[in-house]
Design a protein around this ligand. Structure first.
Ligand code: AMP
Length: 602
């Protein structure tokens, strides 16, 4: 157990709470009375909010997401509103989505693909990706969406670990990335290619065309009995450290997806929801596909990558009400300033949420300035399958905090004892490992082929997250860092997030990444890499000014000793700063697995 260094002002004390004005969503929020809902919550009761397969035949994610709405009063409500890169639109009601996903499930059956077989999807955010994921779940296959930006090697690694039998991709991606590795993948029997409108239909050998295989199939399909514990999804972790792990999730996860959609994202039946994440990252599946659909809302899917003006245009044109995005994008929007935001009518927006890495207090507050609403940070992992800790719609936001555990989730800050046991730390603002009491439905059921690694995640009743955090006296959780990113300098324990947040307060700093650099005297010193806002350029005097700001703000023991200017920081495709890589580059060490590095194809 480590006392947080008391001498410096804590992030938790630096920023005032953002109180929820009455009326700003608080009156109608799904989670109005946090304590009461938490007290009464059981996962069994949550399960009853879903239908289950007709005739008591179990629980299937795709039934809850699609078929139950298609068979009821929401059948003609828009389920997916797809916006192509060129601005074109394709609209699918729940009824349409049932037909499209059924066609894909029938196509799998026609190929002899069996329950439990693994299907991979390698595509940008095109409608067929969504049909394949949900249709694959209907056929009771194990579905794994991959980032389309992966290069041949990461694709081969994941298809091998996951024993992919079917791959859905596009012709262009196939030619460039899969053909070179196809011979290494004897288990990959079927490759189904989606053609873009206007593309010639000359499929390469040993591939099948979506248009002839899938579009010709019957729009009727009966989902077979599904045990809630049947495997459903395989997500590879973002690999900020080491080799990718394949986390296995089961159909029961849909209960978590559904209730966290209600509680953490505050989804209401009439919402127009936009999750900007790619389904290659777990957020883009749990909240870009499943949760909005089980909640019966309209989900916007935008094919284009981030561009601030394009995004503001989508928010305005589509009348998005609930927007779920990530810190990287928010920081890029901040860099461009609020004036651009003012050119758009974003009055439909009522709830803003963020996930994926720590959301600096500056970014939370910027949300308030730019959109009249703070970003609500929430925390979870590939392994947890769904949101575990969140700032809720009806609760005051403490900028820089991840919020409080969801109903049904018991969280604790624990210390590991010498005998291997763990014990919760009761005092507030003491740093330890964030642990969750195992037993919620979307918890991973294993790492594929890595039982020992999986077992090591648990001690007694606790699942250990590998993140360090603190809990304050009001029960809000504060992220400190990944256990392996934390810096120890002259006996002080320093979380990179706190230092990065302080650096970002300086007007010149757009982004910061902080590492511990080995030092003979201090053990480690704090080293920062910063990228600058437009209008600022690197100079010795600016370096000194930023160092001075950090010292004033954090104290000399915690402030960086060194600052390097960098035009951009290395990050994963899901937006996390890769501190491991900053450190490896700084120290001239091997860079390790770079498959998730944004912009790379290796
Ligand atoms: P992934 O499994 O790729 O989604 O990565 C999960 C990890 O991302 C967590 O263990 C955290 O280290 C980090 N993370 C996710 N959300 C947050 C958040 N709101 N604040 C701080 N770190 C986060």
């Amino acid at each position: 157990m480590r006392e947080w260094t008391a001498a410096r002002p804590l992030l938790a004390d630096m920023y005032p709470r953002i109180a929820k004005p009455a009326g700003q969503g608080t009156v109608s929020a799904n989670l109005r009375d946090y304590e009461a809902i938490r007290r009464d919550f059981t996962w069994q009761a949550a399960r009853v909010q879903l239908d289950g397969l007709p005739g008591g035949k179990g629980l299937n994610i795709a039934h809850e997401a699609v078929d139950r709405h298609a068979a009821g009063p929401r059948a003609d409500r828009v389920a997916l509103r797809w916006i192509g890169r060129d601005g074109s639109r394709r609209i699918f009601s729940y009824r349409d989505l049932r037909a499209e996903t059924n066609r894909f499930a029938n196509a799998l059956r026609s190929l002899g693909v069996a329950e439990g077989d693994a299907i991979f999807v390698l595509a940008g955010r095109i409608p067929e990706l969504y049909f394949a994921v949900l249709g694959g779940l209907k056929a009771k296959c194990v579905v794994s969406p991959l980032f389309s930006a992966f290069g041949p090697e990461p694709i081969a690694t994941r298809l091998t670990i996951g024993a992919g039998r079917v791959l859905v991709t596009t012709e262009a991606l196939y030619r460039r990335k899969v053909m070179p590795i196809r011979a290494q993948l004897p288990g990959l029997e079927h490759v189904i290619l989606v053609a873009h409108a206007g593309e010639p239909s000359t499929e390469p050998p040993d591939t099948l065309a979506w248009r002839t295989l899938v579009d010709t199939k019957s729009p009727d399909f009966v989902i077979p009995p599904t045990d809630p514990e049947d495997r459903a999804l395989l997500h590879f972790t973002s690999g900020t450290t080491g080799r990718p792990k394949g986390a296995i999730h089961v159909h029961a996860a849909v209960v978590t997806h559904h209730v966290t959609g209600l509680h953490a994202l505050d989804l209401h039946p009439d919402d127009i929801f936009w999750c900007t994440a790619d389904p290659g990252w777990v957020t883009g599946t749990s909240y870009g596909i499943i949760a909005p659909l089980t909640n019966g809302v309209t989900s916007v899917v935008a094919e284009a990558e981030f561009d601030a003006e394009t995004w503001y245009g989508i928010l305005q044109r589509e009348h998005v009400t609930v927007w779920y995005t990530a810190p990287t994008a928010i920081r890029m929007m901040m860099k461009l300033g609020v004036d651009i935001v003012r050119r758009y009518d974003l009055s439909s927006l009522r709830f803003l949420a963020s996930v994926g890495e720590p959301l600096n207090p500056e970014a939370v507050i910027w949300g308030q300035q730019a959109f009249g609403r703070p970003f609500h940070d929430n925390w979870w992992q590939t392994e947890t399958g769904g949101i575990m800790i969140a700032n809720f719609a009806a609760m005051d936001v403490k900028p820089g905090s991840m919020g409080k555990p969801l109903p049904g989730i018991d969280a604790a800050i624990v210390q590991r004892n010498a005998d291997g046991s763990v014990a919760p730390i009761d005092q507030p603002m003491v740093e330890g490992e964030l642990a969750l009491k195992a037993g919620w439905p979307s918890m991973m059921r294993g790492y594929l082929h890595e039982d020992e690694r999986y077992r090591k995640c648990f001690v007694g009743p606790w699942y250990l997250t590998g993140d360090l955090a603190m809990r304050d006296a009001d029960g809000y959780y504060w992220f400190v860092g990944r256990a392996d990113d934390v810096i120890k300098s002259s006996g002080h324990l320093i979380g990179p997030f706190e230092v990065e947040s302080a650096l970002m307060e300086h007007p010149a700093v757009a982004e910061a990444g902080v590492i511990g650099k080995p030092d003979p005297m201090a053990g480690e010193i704090v080293k920062a890499f910063v990228s600058l806002n437009p209008g600022f350029s690197p100079s010795e005097s600016l370096r000194r000014e930023i160092l001075g700001h950090a010292r004033k703000r954090l104290g000399a023991a915690v402030a960086p000793k060194e600052i390097d200017f960098s035009s951009g920081l290395p990050r994963t495709r899901s937006g996390k700063i890769m501190r491991r890589l900053l450190k490896a580059r700084e120290l001239g060490l091997p860079e390790g697995d770079l498959s998730t590095l944004e912009g790379s194809e290796s």
